[in-house]
Design a protein around this ligand. Structure first.
Ligand code: SAH
Length: 387
C-alpha cells in the first residue's frame, strides 16, 4: 500500500500557488509511514502528487512531483539529478567548483550537492530525503563519475528533522584539501571543515562582476579565504583583505601565493574597527562588503539592519570619487526590498552620491524559485560614487 497524506485546503492552495512546502498545521491526516515518499490528497480525495514526508519536522511535506502516477524510485532520482547537472553546463565551462543541486531550486527538495573538481559534497537536509540516500548516491556516481561523495550533514536544521549531525563519506574518499578553479583564479577548498560545504560558491558570479569594475586601491571586507580579493587583485593596483578570523586570513595568503599574486595585504581585524580606524585616511577605489548573515531570525532583523547600514555608511565614506562598491547580504530575513531600503539610508547618511550600477541575486547554480521566497537569500548591489 502506498502511504498517503491528506492535506487541508490551505495546504493544497499553497501548492497551487507554486510553493513546494506543506506545514504540519496543514496536514489533516499524516501518513502512517516512516520518512520517505508519500502520495498527497486533499480532503475531497483529489490527488495532488508526491511529496517527501518528514514526521518530526514543521515542514511536513515537500513536493517531489505533481504527477500522482509516477514512481519515486532510483530512475526518478536519476532523471531529476541528470536535469540539474545539465543546467550547470555553462557554469562548468568557467569553474571546477559550483553547486550541482540547490534543493527546491532544482525540484530536489532538501538536497544540496556541491562539486569540487572530481569530488562531491552533499547535504541531506530532511528526513524525507535522507530515506533516499542510496538512490541519490548511486545516481550521482553514475551521472558525474566522481571519485568520492562526502555528506556534510552537520547543519543545525538536521536536528529539527530528528536527524543526527554528522560528516561522513557516502562513497569513496574526499580529500581534506581540494584546489579548484573559478574564472582563472585557483583556491583551496576545505570540504570537511570549511564554511558551508567548503567554500562560498554562491558569490562566484559577483566576484567576476566586482573584478570587472575593480581599479586602483581595493578593499575586501569579510574576506574569508580571500576569494573576492584574489579576483580584484588581477585588476586593482593593490588589495587589502580584512577578516576577523586568523585561520581564514592565513588561508587567503596561501591562495594568493597559489595564484602568484603579490599585491594583496592581509589584515586580521574586525571590519567595523578597521573602517573606524581608517576614517579620514586614504580612500579606496574599489570596496567589497560581504558580511556573514547578521539576521539569523526575524527577531534580530532590526538590529541586523542597523549593522548593515553602519557598515555600508562607513564603507561608502571611504570610497574615492569614481570608486565602486559591491555590497551583499546573505540574510534570508532581509528581503530584497529591505536590502535596497537599507542601502538607500546608508547612501544618504554617507553624504555621497551613489549610482546603482547593478543589482544581483543568486547565481545560476543556486536557482531561486520565484514562488518560494525561502529559496532565495543572497542579494548584492554594485554602486558607484560619483562625487
Ligand atoms: N567574502 C567571502 C565570504 C565571507 S563569509 C567569500 O567570498 O568567500 C564571512 C566572513 O566574515 C568569515 O570569514 C568571518 O570570519 C568573517 N567575519 C565575521 N565577523 C567579522 C567581523 N566583525 N569583522 C571581520 N570579519 C568578520
Amino acid at each position: 500500500m502506498i502511504p498517503c497524506a491528506v492535506v487541508a485546503s490551505r495546504g493544497a492552495r499553497r501548492w497551487e500557488q507554486g510553493h513546494p512546502w506543506i506545514f504540519r498545521s496543514d496536514v489533516e491526516a499524516p501518513p502512517a509511514a516512516p520518512a520517505g515518499a508519500v502520495r498527497v490528497r486533499d480532503t475531497r480525495g483529489r490527488e495532488l502528487g508526491w511529496a517527501l514526508w518528514s514526521p518530526a519536522s514543521e515542514i511536513s511535506l515537500r513536493r517531489l512531483d505533481a504527477n500522482p502516477d509516477t514512481a519515486i524510485d532510483g530512475e526518478w532520482w536519476y532523471r531529476r539529478l541528470t536535469a540539474a547537472v545539465a543546467r550547470r553546463a555553462a557554469t562548468a565551462r568557467d569553474a571546477t567548483a559550483y553547486r550541482l543541486v540547490h534543493g527546491e531550486g532544482d525540484a530536489l527538495p532538501a538536497l544540496v550537492v556541491d562539486q569540487y573538481d572530481r569530488w562531491l559534497v552533499a547535504q541531506l537536509l530532511s528526513a524525507g530525503v535522507e530515506a533516499f540516500r542510496a538512490e541519490i548516491t548511486d545516481a550521482l556516481r553514475t551521472i558525474t563519475g566522481c571519485q568520492g561523495i562526502l555528506a556534510r550533514n552537520d547543519p543545525p536544521v538536521r536536528t529539527r528533522e530528528g536527524l543526527p549531525r554528522v560528516v561522513e563519506a557516502l562513497y569513496g574518499e574526499v580529500p581534506h584539501d581540494i584546489v579548484v578553479e573559478e574564472h582563472g583564479i585557483r583556491y583551496h577548498a576545505a570540504p570537511h571543515t570549511g564554511q558551508k560545504t567548503g567554500a562560498f560558491l554562491d558569490q562566484r558570479e559577483n566576484r567576476v562582476l566586482a573584478a570587472a569594475h575593480a581599479h586602483g586601491r581595493a578593499l575586501d571586507l569579510f574576506s574569508y579565504h580571500g576569494s573576492f580579493a584574489l579576483h580584484l587583485a588581477r585588476r586593482a593596483t593593490s588589495v587589502t583583505a580584512v577578516d576577523s578570523s586568523a585561520a581564514a586570513i592565513e588561508r587567503a595568503a596561501v591562495n594568493a601565493e597559489l595564484n602568484a599574486l603579490s599585491n594583496i595585504e592581509f589584515v586580521e581585524a574586525d571590519a567595523f574597527d578597521f573602517l573606524r580606524e581608517r576614517r579620514g585616511g586614504p580612500r579606496f577605489d574599489t570596496i567589497v562588503v560581504d558580511p556573514p548573515a547578521f539576521a539569523k531570525n526575524r527577531a534580530s532583523l532590526q538590529g541586523a539592519i542597523r549593522g548593515y547600514r553602519d557598515l555600508n555608511v562607513h564603507a561608502m565614506r571611504l570610497l574615492a570619487p569614481g570608486g565602486m562598491i559591491f555590497t551583499a547580504s546573505c540574510s534570508y530575513h532581509l528581503g530584497k526590498a529591505a536590502f535596497l531600503d537599507m542601502l538607500r539610508d546608508a547612501a544618504a547618511a554617507s553624504g555621497r552620491t551613489l549610482v546603482l550600477r547593478a543589482i544581483t541575486a543568486q547565481p545560476a547554480d543556486h536557482p531561486e524559485v520565484i514562488t518560494a521566497p525561502e529559496t532565495g537569500y543572497l542579494k548584492g548591489a554594485l554602486l558607484e560614487a560619483i562625487d
